[in-house]
Ligand binder design. Structure first.
Ligand code: ATP
Length: 251
């Protein structure tokens, strides 16, 4: 189990030059819940994760991790307070093993930089969270392989294991199911659900795979052109005409 922490986002706004990427977005994620973020291409989903984690600076709004306001704090400080993310593009380090990718992630959160600061003994132990992720995600057999040598679906699991290796309270996943087939994404949805149910994380799930969102999330926020257009349970979202219109309007 992780330290339980609530993520609260109020009135978040982000602009890139003249483009309004997010406008007035509110979202709260309690420990043990999975909140989905859904919307057509360019709706602002990745921008939301970037702003919440400190990769881009918002023009309006506040971000709290529990009682601490982090709106203007550096990304690494947010990480120390228990926030972690995964990337749509995976961002694994390709010339070290899967094991070393997981070790590096856990150490970075402790303020050390594996690649520059540390000389490892041959096989240093994993953090409890990394060991649990290896077990739950079935990664034991690929630990000594390079990321490029393992199947794509397994690489995606490594990216999530890396994000949870530091035992985060708040986990933001950017399209973890991209490129997976139906069986793989159903399994991934169950793993993500377990991170909330059994580890106690507050999880944000950004996903294009609507079925996975529906099966995994407690609630879903729908964005369109950076604006929140609907928020509700998966079945409420499925029946909402405004959501359907947002998707049809783009195709
Ligand atoms: P996708 O589903 O395609 O990943 P998204 O919902 O994650 O899309 P964002 O990538 O957050 O959407 O983009 C939101 C808007 O901001 C889009 O109009 C996009 O073109 C624009 N945008 C994103 N990043 C930048 C940037 N670095 N500079 C300028 N505009 C950007």
């Amino acid at each position: 189990p992780v330290e339980p922490e609530t993520l609260s986002v109020r009135g978040l706004g982000v602009r890139y030059g003249g483009v309004v990427a997010l406008d007035g977005v509110d979202l709260q994620i309690e420990p043990g819940s999975v909140i989905g973020l859904m919307g057509p291409n360019g709706a602002g989903k990745t921008t939301f994760i970037d702003a919440v984690t400190g990769f881009v600076r918002p023009v309006t709004g506040t971000i709290h991790i529990g009682g601490a306001e982090v709106t203007r704090r550096a990304a690494w400080r947010r990480s120390r307070l228990g926030m972690s993310r995964s990337f749509q593009s995976l961002e694994l380090i390709d010339d070290i093993t899967v094991r070393e990718n997981l070790l590096a992630a856990a150490e970075e959160q402790n303020g050390r930089h594996y690649l520059t600061d540390m000389i490892w003994p041959r096989k240093p132990p994993f953090s409890a969270a990394a060991a649990a992720a290896v077990r739950e995600f079935g990664l034991a057999e690929v630990l000594d392989r390079m990321p490029s040598e393992i199947p794509y679906g397994t690489r995606r699991l490594v990216a999530i294991a890396r994000a949870v290796a530091s035992s985060p309270s708040i986990l933001l996943l950017d399209e973890p199911g991209a490129g997976l087939d139906e069986t793989e994404s159903a399994e991934l949805g169950r793993l993500v659900r377990g991170l909330a149910d059994r580890w106690g994380m507050s999880v944000l799930l950004v996903e294009h795979d609507v079925r996975m969102l529906m099966e995994t999330c407690d609630r879903i926020l729908v964005l369109d052109f950076g604006e929140p257009i609907f928020e509700g349970t998966p079945s409420e979202v499925a029946e909402e005409p405004a959501v359907l219109a947002a998707y049809l309007g783009r195709s």
